[in-house]
Structure formats: C-alpha cells, structure tokens
Write a new protein. Structure first.
Length: 536
C-alpha cells in the first residue's frame, strides 16, 4: 500500500483570490495555461477518486440510512407510542429532515467537498463551528458504527446462540475491507443492499391492531391523553435515530461524479423517500404488529426481534421470517458501512481544514483515505460491551447518543445554511446564480432549526418525572450538549476566531469556481428508463 500525502504546498498553485477563502485551507488548483485569477478546481479532487455515479448517489440517498433505526428501533417506538404515535413521530421528524437535506444539498452543489457541513461551516460561518461540528460528527460516527454492529449481533440471535463478539468481529472486518477498496466498490455494495431494503419494505402488507390494543399506548402508567402524548413524544428519539445520516448524500461529494448535478437530483426526491420508505413502512408495521407484543424491542433489553420479523412470524409463515431477518441483517451492516465512509471522510475533511492531524490526509493509490478509515474502525470495539450487557440494552444506549448528536448536527446544517442564505442577500447575489437553489427556503430551514431545539431539550424529559430518574438516560440525552459548547468556545478561545460577517462570506469566490468547472450535461433518458424513479 503506497502512501500519497495529499497536502504538498510546493506542488500546488493557487488562485490570486484565495485569500478570500478564510484560512486558505481549501486549495484551488490553477491550470498553468489560464490567467492567474482563473480558478479551476478544489485541490482534493486531485487526490480522491470520483467513483460514485449518479445511480450510486441516488440509491444511497434513497435507502442508505434505512437500517436498524427503521427495522429494529421502530419496535421500541411502537411499544412506547403505539402504532399511531410511532407514525406521527416518524412523519414529523421526516418533515424536519427534508429541510436538512435541501439545505445541505444547496451548499454541497456550490461547495462539493469531503466532510460536507464541516467544510461549509469553516467558510460560511466560523472555523470554531467547523471544529465543534467536525468532532461532534466524529463522535456520532464512533457511536453509530458499533451501534449498527451491536444491532447485527441482536439480529443474528434469531438463528444462533454464538457469542455476539464473534459476529461483531466478523462484520467489523468486512466493514474495514469494504471501505479500503475503490469507492466504486462501496457504491456497488450499497446499491445492492439498498435494493434489498427497499424490496423488503415494499413487500409488507396487512391491517389490524389499531382497535385492540389501540392506536396509542398509556406510557409509564399514565392513562388518557397525557399518557398517549408522553408515549408519542418518546418516539422522536427513535425517529431521529432512524433518519440520522440522511444528510450523508454530500459526505463524499469530492468522490462523486458531477456532484453539482447529482447531489441536487438526489435531494429533490427526499419527500418521496421519506413518505414511501419511512412513513409508509411504520404505518404498515403498526397495522400488523400489536404494540403490546411481548417480543417487541423494549428498554428492558430482554427481547431482540424486529417488528418486521414479528409481522411475518405472527402470520404463521415459516420461511419468510428468516428471509426478512437476513435482509434486516444486511441493512444493519449496510448502515455501518455508510457510517464508516461518512466518519472517515469527515476526519479527512477536518484534516484538510487543520482541525485534525495531517496524517489523516494520507490516501492509498486507490484514492482512499485509509488511515482515516482504520482510525474510525478502531471504535468498532465499543460493540464488545454486549459481552457484559444485553445486546438490545447497549443498542438502546448507543441509539440515544446517536440521536442527540444527529439533532445537533442538523441544527448546525440549518444554521450554516441560514448564514449562507442571508450572506447572499447582503452581498446582492441572486440564488439563481448558484449551481442549484433549494425550494421552500429559508422557511423550511427555520422551521427545522426551531423544532430540533425543542426536540433536543425535551429528549430526556422522562428523567424529570417524579420516580423515573435514570442516570444513563439523562447522560445519553444531554451529555453531547456541553461537549459541543466546550469544543466551540474552547477553539474560539485558543484560536481567537471570529464569526465571518455576512458581507465577507466568500460566496462569489465559490460561484466562480463552479462556473470555471462546468459539468457535462446529463445523458438523455429514453425508453423505459424514463419511468425509473430510483436512480435516474
């Protein structure tokens, strides 16, 4: 394996207006045949391989985050909130993440760099925000990666009693191998597994259990409207976990072919993805699995079956539960695969901005930042906590940690986008000049941001009810808030950074870069391919 240090200033030339990019941390190449001020492209596109095609991005966006949060974690949502409570929770959060995806897609179409929002925060808001969100993202990936492998261990228990450590090791090694190969291999694998997930969701059917035991659950013994509302509110944590990572379509932007065209195409279909593959799935599962089913995954950590598997089991079909469980297993592994990609690219992006050691900039000859991949992979070992605790209990802890981190990350995306939006207004830049402008802005970004603040502050509300205090729940619900502020203000204190004034955000600079790099037009779609809504 050959090392390719990707940041060698002696071998790069930069455009004359590079000082408009704060900290000069995102190098822009200049073709020697062009004038001094004619920018060509961002430096990292010379080191990373653009091996993800449109159909890869489309399918990853379509189902890359469909994993244990839907197939396994939804069981807890139905058990606590009832079928209607779970449906409303997943629907509401689904509306909110639409604002996140549209915001990050507009930013990434203009600035398609690995690490996505941490790079945008660096140039559009404050390097301290980039630093804080960068390590918040790393923290999220470090927790979500073992969470998916723990979930895989939970799922395998459907067939085998072999120690969970064996399965965590096997699946973990497969993740590392997958992420050290060509990015194209990663894309093909995610395309295949995403297809399986989608076929599983489409294959569900049935209708019952809304009358008995009912559409809502009397949560914590509270009856009537209060108990129903409390149960409904608890479903938000499960829903947030299920949607976490949905903004990942931009994480590997520097490795995507024609990112300024393909990322917006994926983002524009977010509404249909949310409705069809999340909301409809929860609706159907809630119809055919009763909320009082003793086997639903509960906080006690004694049961470990997916509601999708239970649906087939309750129907008395012998072979189908194993088939479904296999697809759910691939979903858990696939989500872990996406998490390892996102975490390694975030670490790579942070290294480019000077917020992480430069050693993580090293790539192999296939264009993979392998040291970043291996470093993130080490935290797979957190999954071995299942050796001393119930797998589903540990899964619940990790799920709460990921949910809080996701909420903070989404808040940062909305905040950065709003700064960018009002920066355009202050500088008199019409958004029609951008490679792509998202609809419903800035209203949907504001709505999502305000809602995320409420969900974050009320995530651990149960611990404040008399007689229900729980140290683990309180810590997992709120620990990430002080960590984020310590990172942000600590960096500002040490580096003396300032929030970039709206009039000085280098929006025009990046528009010039985009205009200097026109992407080839999309190939015309003919024949039956015109009806393919998945990736064309």
């Amino acid at each position: 394996m050959s090392d390719s240090p990707v940041s060698d200033p002696e071998k790069q030339t930069y455009s004359a207006d590079d000082e408009g990019v704060h900290n000069g941390s995102t190098p822009v190449y200049v073709d020697e045949g062009l004038g001094e001020s004619e920018v060509v492209e961002f430096g990292e596109t010379k080191e990373l391989k653009r091996g993800l095609h449109q159909r890869h991005i489309q399918m990853i966006a379509l189902a890359g985050t469909i994993g244990t949060g839907l197939f396994l974690g939804s069981g807890k949502a139905i058990a606590n909130g009832g079928p209607l409570g779970a449906l409303l929770g997943y629907s509401f959060v689904g509306i909110l993440v639409i604002g996140v995806v549209l915001s990050i897609a507009e930013l990434s179409a203009l600035l398609p760099l690995s690490g996505a929002i941490i790079r945008h925060a660096e140039h559009f808001v404050d390097p301290a925000l980039s630093f804080a969100q960068g390590w918040n993202s790393i923290y999220s990936y470090l927790v979500s990666l073992p969470a998916e492998l723990v979930a895989a261990a939970v799922i395998v228990q459907f067939w085998s009693t072999i120690n969970s450590a064996v399965w965590i090791t096997v699946f973990g090694l497969l993740l590392v191998i997958s992420n050290l190969l060509f990015i194209r291999v990663y894309g093909e694998m995610e395309f295949t597994f995403a297809s399986l997930k989608i076929m599983l969701i489409i294959g569900k059917y049935g209708f019952q259990y809304w009358r008995n035991p009912g559409p809502f659950v009397d949560y914590l013994g509270y009856t009537g409207s209060l108990g129903h509302f409390m149960g409904f509110w608890t479903t938000f944590s499960n829903a947030v976990y299920a949607y976490s990572g949905i903004e990942g379509i931009s994480m590997a932007a520097a490795e995507t072919k024609a990112p300024r065209r393909n990322i917006p195409i994926a983002a524009k279909r977010i509404f249909f993805r949310v409705v069809i593959f999340y909301v409809l799935s929860i609706f159907m599962v809630g119809l055919i699995v009763p909320s009082n089913d003793k086997d639903l995954l509960r906080s006690t950590g004694t049961a470990a079956e997916s509601p999708f598997v239970l649906a087939a089991t309750n129907a008395g079909i012998k072979v189908v539960p194993s088939i479904i469980n296999f697809v759910v297993l691939t979903s858990a592994w696939s989500s872990g695969n996406s998490g390892l990609l996102g975490g390694s690219r975030t670490l790579y992006g942070m290294a480019r901005e000077g917020h992480a050691p430069k050693i993580f900039l090293r790539t192999n000859r296939m264009g993979i930042p392998y040291l970043a991949v291996l470093s993130i992979s080490l935290f797979i070992c957190l999954g071995y906590m299942t050796l001393s605790n119930s797998s589903s209990t540990v899964f619940g802890w990790l799920q709460d940690l990921v949910s809080v981190s996701a909420l903070i990350g989404w808040m940062v995306i909305c905040t950065v986008y709003l700064r960018f939006y009002y920066g355009c207004k202050r500088q008199g830049i019409d958004r029609s000049e951008l490679p792509w402008k998202a609809p419903f802005q800035p209203y949907i970004a504001w709505f999502s941001l305000c809602s995320f603040v409420v969900l974050l502050l009320t995530g651990g509300y149960v611990t404040f009810i008399h007689g229900h205090w729980d140290d683990e729940t309180f810590v997992s619900s709120y620990i990430n808030i002080p960590i984020f502020f310590i990172l942000y203000f600590g960096y500002k204190f040490v580096k003396k950074t300032k929030i970039i004034p709206l009039g000085e955000i280098p929006i025009r600079h990046f528009i010039d870069v985009a205009n200097a790099n026109p992407e080839p037009p999309a190939k015309p779609v003919t024949g039956l391919r015109r009806f393919n809504i998945l990736w064309e």
